[in-house]
Write a new protein. Structure first.
Length: 323
């Protein structure tokens, strides 16, 4: 069993659930507990959800020996002050001192970070980015999250809010993103974007979208990225075209990232990330156009190691992998 003093309590807070886990110095989750998140009630109700998850975990005697707490949340944070600044999926908290509230309650030192930044730290310490000094992490799902490890350290900007790479514009004349800007890469290469594109294309041409529509029971509004992926696997031309288009847009964005940062490795995670990684050879070919760095071929593009618990492990890594 690992030394008691080296165990960290990681907490991953999302819009619908809170997961707390006990994490070892090697990134192993010994035990974890999940509870529903009261994200759309009062700030106190949201905090109660966090306490419920941690209390459930602490029923295991090992969790009572955790030396610190790390918290990962979506959206904008101020890590220096432990604040949840603004998070679309957590409307219960605005400029909320979550780290202090949790730390005071359990009398443990507590750190807070954006969930993608935390996941990047986990991948750098124990996952697909281990052994590299410069890593760019991308999580593709409902949206697009980013984390950067440069010179072996998490780069989170002045306050901890850096890394909103999903909202970098790649088409100034493109569609309006949920953030209010136009042509963000998230509009084209997230799972949400693929579902929206499928609905638009199937509405325009029901014949071409017939196979996907059949999987959705004939309802255009039921088309999702999951249905598109299955249809593409079955050889559906429209589904394949949609996914190829998303991969191409992702390549445009990654080309800019390579020219800007020249990372040793790009780690792609998230539920939709595994789908896009099927198009890694296509993206690599497109980088001949979209990355002018002569060393672009040396930049590895790999699957993330951690999956559903990446942010949870990353929350613990705020202590285990940071100075």
């Amino acid at each position: 069993m690992p030394k008691k003093q080296n165990l960290i309590l990681g907490v991953d807070i999302g819009g619908t659930k809170v997961e707390a886990g006990l994490v070892t110095p090697s990134g192993e989750v010994l035990i974890s507990e999940r509870v529903p998140m009261s994200a759309r009630s009062s700030d106190k109700d949201g905090l109660k959800s966090v306490f419920a998850a941690v209390d459930a975990l602490r029923r295991d005697p090992r969790a009572r020996h955790a030396k610190a707490i790390g918290i990962a949340v979506p959206g904008w944070v101020d890590s220096n002050r432990g604040l949840v600044v603004d998070a679309t999926n957590l409307p219960c908290w605005k400029q909320y001192p979550l780290a202090r509230k949790v730390g005071n309650h359990y009398r443990l030192p507590t750190r807070l970070a954006n969930d993608a930044n935390a996941a990047a730290l986990a991948e750098s310490a124990w996952g697909a980015g281990a052994g590299y000094k410069h890593m760019f992490y991308v999580t593709l799902g409902t949206g697009i999250g980013v984390g950067m490890v440069l010179n072996g350290e998490l780069f989170a900007g002045t306050t901890g809010a850096a890394g909103e790479g999903g909202h970098m514009t790649i088409d100034v004349a493109g569609s309006v993103c949920g953030c209010g800007k136009r042509g963000c890469v998230e509009v084209y290469a997230s799972g949400t974007a693929v579902g929206r594109q499928a609905r638009e294309r199937a509405s325009e041409n029901p014949v071409a979208g017939a196979r996907m529509l059949a999987s959705a029971g004939g309802a255009v509004d039921k088309l999702t990225a999951e249905i598109v992926t299955r249809a593409a696997d079955d050889g559906d031309p429209l589904a394949q075209e949609i996914l190829q288009s998303s991969a191409d847009r992702l390549a445009i964005w990654l080309g800019g990232i390579i020219d800007l940062l020249e990372p040793e490795v790009i780690v792609i995670g998230g539920g939709f990330g595994r789908v896009m990684m099927r198009y890694a050879p296509r993206m690599r070919d497109k980088l001949k156009t979209w990355a002018i760095n002569p060393n672009r071929k040396r930049v590895k593009i790999v699957n993330a190691h951690f999956r559903s618990q990446s942010a949870l492990v990353g929350a613990a890594a705020l202590w285990l992998a940071q100075k």
